[in-house]
Design a binder for this molecule. Sequence first.
Ligand code: ADP
Ligand code: MG
Length: 546
Amino acid sequence: STAVETKEFQTEIRQLLDIVIHSLYTDREIFLRELISNAADAMEKLRYTQLTGPEVKDQDAALEVHIDTDDNSHTLTITDTGIGMTKEELIGNLGTIAHSGSKEFIKHLADKGDKKDLNLIGQFGVGFYSAFMVAEKVTITTRSYHLNGETFIWESDGVGSYTITEGEDRVRGTKMVLHLKEDAYEFAKEETIQRVIKQYSSFVPYPIFVNGTKVNTVDALWTKNKSEIADNDYNEFYKFIANAFDEPLLRLHFSSDAPLNINTLLFVPKENLEQIGFGRTEPGVSLYCKKVLIQEKSPLVLPEWLRFLRGVIDSEELPLNISRETMQDSALISKLNKVVTSRFLKYLDGQAKSEPEKFKEFWEKFNFFIKEGAANDYNHQKDLIKLLRFESSSTEAGELVSLADYISRMKEDQSAIYYVNGPSREVIESGPYLEVFRDKGFEVLFTYAAIDDYIFGSIREYEGKKLISADEADLNLGETNQQERSADALSEEDVLALTNWLKEVLGDKVTDVRESKRLVDSPAVVFSPFGTNSMQRMMQLVNKDF
Ligand code: ADP
Ligand code: MG
């Protein structure tokens, strides 16, 4: 006897639904992971509210996910006892976009039309809509945890609009009924659901029941002993918390008692989504206290340049009732941040030594984050610089050296670390800047990214050695081997005459013409009076506000 309200989906959501509904996407079973992870999120939020906030409806209702299949009516039902949604939340959460990253993701999908990218749907805050890969209609009945809340029914076929109706009061939480498309009837079969849960959701921290039988082990993996955990357990756990379909590239699991009690499990994904054009990655490490979620995907618990990490940081020392507002100023959070970051950098340094190939893969994909940190994060700059890798005049293409490698090979009469910036190895090697270094047998680092020069410019020195750009006009390397004028060289008078003539001919186009002591084979080289090439690139970078 209540009115039915019809509402339009936001434009971007309509666009996304259109792609989701019409794509012939092969891994569509991931929809189940998305809905289960939403159910688990809703229960995490409820648990936190229960511990810290006001009284909730149905205080004793067990925190469980129930999945029921009906092969006759071809429906799949997922029920949780989480926080539920008010009417405003239904409208705000299911039908509009919450993150800017989701918009970019949808635009990317629409432009590129690459269906395998649908795999990433859960990583961009729009996982719910994957339900429409398999359902021709979705009916959601939800009751918010507020004591005086009401029950609402949301329904849609995913085309253009949805309806909201008032429902009869029910137990706290959310029930989603998927009316399956004909080609997706398999998801009304118990065996299919069991298999998919095993694959993607075995580490949900709440019991999952399929048609009344519990199917998962409920464990906070990060609190277990490393020796009890198999690689596969870690991988499955990663897939669950990162909404990922592939395995992680690296992982670090560590526990400590001092200076803080911490249990941490961190993962580096296989791909850097920023690098492959998906816009800025949002932080992905959640903060827990004794297995209770305090802040999901916390922007505070790690520095921004570690936003590519996925995982969990659990510390017993956090006060459970720490409010999300005061977290910003919490000395404890910044200490936690420092300790975990240092530990992770130490781990990477260890990886570089023990698994160089893997580290190289990491470096190729994630170097920009490390460089971003090295340029800005003075707390960790020293450890970050240790991780930097470059090609150099002494390596083959593709082979990388660290600053430590460089120093260990420095010539006796060499006092500084030299580097030269250029767009590629070929350009640098064919340019005039290297000549004098070749002649002296000094190694030169090749920096291809403007940020490399920014870092070198800002640290200036490493292990007591100055960092000097090889294209500096006033470079002084001491005596070169070519100091003796060869018999067929110009006399000093001729050189003077030549430079004067050049100055006259070139006029305003140059500020000076000088005899060079650094050239060996090239006849001439041009330097900018406004600083080195590197410096100019650096200024462009700063102005671009990276
Ligand atoms: P994300 O989970 O990344 O926020 P989704 O598209 O999966 O993105 O879900 C959108 C939002 O809808 C969630 O953030 C949550 O607020 C709400 N939501 C989805 N499912 C549930 C549920 N079972 N219980 C309560 N809220 C839910
Ligand atoms: Mg979700």
